[in-house]
Write a protein of this length. Structure first.
Lengths: 435, 363
């Protein structure tokens, strides 16, 4: 006994060691190293997969949104060699502040660069880059580059002879902005702003303002769809949660069946139902409730987008709600009733608050999915049912302005992260119950 | 009885599926202030009765009256009955104070009255310091007290308890049994208590209703229930019991002679047997068996028994015997000075007073 106490008091003061004198911490680490290594190898494939398909692309996307080198160098498609372009002009921009009127030296630099552009066949790309900032500039570059070789001093007059648009200070402002590969101009463009001649941020022409309106529409439609799925899903989830298991399993299949059906099938089914010559309109006209010429336009507009997306996203609301409602013991409501609460009060004060984690999870899930939804609005949205994701896709595949697409996507991502943060602040992420 | 009845079940029947009756013809009257326990195995209909009284189930037939008023069609929140649930059903998203204030709040009682009543109820269950905790931060026993306080805070005249102590450990359960009965008596509340634990029923109640198969088998104070069971179900269900099967030979002068299946004759008190030739199951409590037959009155019938096992339990000895074909015949003897300790294999004679041995139905 005395020995043991001595051992214990010693242990408190000195570094603990194993029987053969190895430090205890090192021994523990080496004993656990093997299992840690094994655990790491088990998750490694997923880790690599997530890194390659998720982290890296998102990183690239975010980089692309602030980086566009098309006015700085040209990359050869086959050899991957890069050639610097607009070298002289960039040097002139570096030497002269923004307010400087382009002088003869500037034009000389521009012409020299245009000659290079023609040699390396980069006039189109560089022109497109300026075109993002100031539309109509691409042809200015291609046309001038073709003739630049023959121009002689004084270059200012010579170039203005070819294209008097060069005198426009907005061209020079745009070139100055594009002369640096890193720029925030795409983010400005994504919120309908642009840089003026003096470099200050100003609103774009009202006729060209598009993105903010679309962001707002996406937000409003997503909130509306989230609300609709909640209103429709809550009673369903409640019924599923309170029915005996054998019935609720059967009904659960009805909820899940559309979930397992192809998205395209479901979307096109709504087209069949809702289009002006579709089932619903035909039925209304057939029963005489609607005159043939007054067929309701329910497809290829916002109504189509809302109806189809609500239907498609409904399971994402029902499932988290169900998983939260199922374990709620019916004795809570009974207790409330026996304590004197009407059934409405019992629901409002006792049952509903306990389902909030499910509502939060469902709403967050549906909202995030709705904000980024693409296929359904593309198919059934028509002109006014398009969402921001459709525009991102447009810039990715049609206009090829990847930087702007990336900036729009970056804003969307930031918005969702802010929402997630707010959710964590208000409800707490650990309360999130998905299933 | 009907004039003083506070709670009254009048020919109540209940069926869930329209094919079987869960409660068959229930008649029960309770005076004000009584502590009545519904005791029975699971599925015997006791919880259903409680739920009908609380208003969560409707009676298929019959009337339930509370203080003379029929309450069959009154919704639960208007009955003013306090209820303690098996799992306590404390609202998890509210603090203890909010839980207790809830019944007062829905009754529109103003804030200051509410606060004083909540504080008083918490003090009553010695939980005054826990008002700001959430139910999840309390132990099972503490939750139990809060559930009790919540059921009492709005001063109901009738409180229902559905196996409220089922989740507690033995020591805590015994303590809470005492506290619940004390509170119920101090406050003069009428209590209906449901349990399947017979010890709980015997120690707490004024009267116990033993349920089986949808009927009340016997309704009596605990001592009568234990000592004078009216049928073999009650005899079996309450306490430990030895049974022997046989046929009535004769009944005279309040004593029945029973011929056991191996031909031997014993004396018993006829309870629910009426004529010679009836099959019967005689029942005798282990502590009423006499192993020293010289102490029995003259002419008492005795039986041969073989000792199978002797178990030393400290305060008592438990001897397992083989008697007339029953190998599980238990005798309990007090660990008194000079008490003999039996050896397995030993053959002894046993007997009992005729009034301790009850000839009941064959079950």
């Amino acid at each position: 006994m005395a020995d043991m106490t001595a051992d214990l008091s010693q242990a408190g003061q000195e570094k603990l060691t194993t029987a053969d004198g190895k430090p205890l911490k090192a021994a523990l680490a080496s004993a656990q190293a093997r299992s840690k290594r094994r655990a790491f190898f088990l998750v490694a494939p997923l880790l690599v997969f997530v890194l390659m398909t998720f982290v890296v692309p998102i990183g690239q996307m975010l980089h692309q949104s602030v980086y566009n080198p098309d006015f700085v160098y040209k990359t050869d498609v086959t050899t991957k060699e890069t050639t610097p372009i607009m070298v002289n002009l960039r040097a002139w921009f570096d030497e002269n502040p923004r307010s400087t009127e382009p002088d003869e030296a500037a034009y000389a630099a521009l012409v020299a660069d245009l000659v290079v552009l023609r040699e390396v066949k980069a006039a189109g790309i560089a022109g497109t880059r300026i075109n993002y900032e100031r539309s109509g500039s691409r042809s200015l570059f291609t046309k001038s580059a073709r003739k630049a070789g023959k121009l002689e001093a004084p270059f200012k007059e010579a170039l203005l002879d070819v294209e008097d648009e060069w005198a426009d200070p907005t061209v020079w402002a745009a070139m100055r902005d594009a002369s640096s590969a890193y720029t925030l101009n795409f983010y400005l463009a994504a919120i309908d702003k642009t840089r003026g001649i003096d470099g200050s941020v100003e609103n774009v022409d009202e006729k060209r303002a598009l993105y903010v309106k679309l962001f707002i529409r996406t937000l409003v439609l997503s909130v509306l769809i989230t609300f609709l799925t909640f209103v429709l899903g809550y009673p369903i989830a409640h019924m599923l949660a309170t029915l005996p298991l054998r019935y609720s399993n059967l009904l659960m299949i009805l909820v899940l069946l559309p979930f397992w059906t192809s998205l395209l099938v479901r979307t096109t089914s709504w087209m069949v139902l809702l289009q002006s010559q579709g089932v619903v309109n035909d039925a209304l006209v057939g029963t005489g409730l609607l005159a043939d010429e007054n067929r309701i336009q329910m497809m290829y507009n916002q109504i189509g987008t809302i109806v189809a997306m609500t239907h498609i996203l409904l399971p994402f609301m029902v499932l988290p709600l169900y998983s939260v409602m199922r374990p709620i013991n019916p004795s809570y409501v009974r207790a409330a009733r026996s304590l004197g609460a009407t059934s409405w009060t019992a629901f409002r004060r006792i049952y509903f608050p306990q389902t909030i984690p499910g509502i939060g999870a469902g709403a967050l899930l549906v909202f995030i999915l709705a904000v980024g939804y693409y296929i359904t609005p593309a198919l059934v949205g028509g002109a006014d049912g398009q969402l921001i994701s459709n525009l991102i896709a447009f810039h990715m595949t049609k206009s090829l302005n990847w930087s702007l697409a990336a900036a729009l996507a970056g804003l969307l991502l930031a918005g969702i992260l802010i929402l997630y943060w707010l959710y964590d602040l208000l409800i707490g992420i650990d309360n999130l119950k998905l299933g | 009885m009907t004039d003083t009845a506070f709670v009254e079940f009048d020919r109540v029947q209940k069926s869930y599926d329209g094919e079987t009756l869960v409660v068959k013809d229930l008649n029960l009257t309770m005076p004000k202030g009584e502590f009545l326990t519904m005791l029975g195995p699971s599925g015997s209909g006791k919880t259903t009765c409680l739920m009908m009284l609380a208003g969560f189930e409707t009676a298929t037939h019959g009337e339930i009256r509370l203080d003379g008023q029929e309450i069959n069609n009154i919704p639960p929140h208007k009955r003013g009955i306090g209820m303690v649930f098996q799992n306590y059903a404390l609202f998890p998203h509210m603090t203890v104070n909010e839980n207790l204030a809830f019944p007062l709040e829905v009754r529109g009682i103003d804030k200051s009255t509410r606060e004083s009543k909540v504080a008083r109820a918490l003090d009553m269950v010695q939980m005054g310091a826990f008002g700001n905790r959430r139910p999840a931060q309390l132990s099972g026993g503490q939750q139990q007290r809060i559930a009790l306080a919540r059921a009492l805070v709005f001063e109901p005249e009738l409180v229902l308890m559905d196996e409220p102590l089922g989740a507690l450990d033995k020591q805590l359960r015994e303590q809470m049994q005492f506290e619940i009965t004390r509170l119920a008596h101090d406050l003069g509340i009428t209590t209906v208590y449901v349990t399947h634990d017979q010890t709980e029923a015997l120690t707490m109640s004024d009267r116990v209703a033993v349920f089986n198969d949808g009927r009340i088998q016997q309704l009596a104070p605990p001592d009568l229930l234990y000592e004078e069971p009216e049928n073999s179900f009650v005899a079996q269900f309450i306490g430990e019991n030895n049974t022997l099967e046989g046929t009535i030979k004769s009944i005279s002068g309040g004593i029945a002679e029973v011929a056991l299946d191996d031909g031997r004759i014993i004396d018993a008190k006829p309870i629910n047997v009426d004529k010679p030739g009836d099959r019967t199951r005689v029942s005798i409590r282990p502590e009423r068996v006499e192993m020293d037959v010289s102490r029995l009155p003259k002419g008492a019938h005795t039986l041969d028994a073989e000792v199978k096992e002797f178990i030393y339990m400290g305060d008592i000895f438990r001897t397992r015997l083989s008697v007339a074909g029953n190998d599980d015949f238990i005798v309990k003897t007090r660990n008194a000075q000079g008490q003999t300790r039996m050896q397995p294999g030993q053959t002894i004679k046993i007997g009992w007073l005729a009034q301790d041995c009850r000839a009941l139905d064959a079950g």
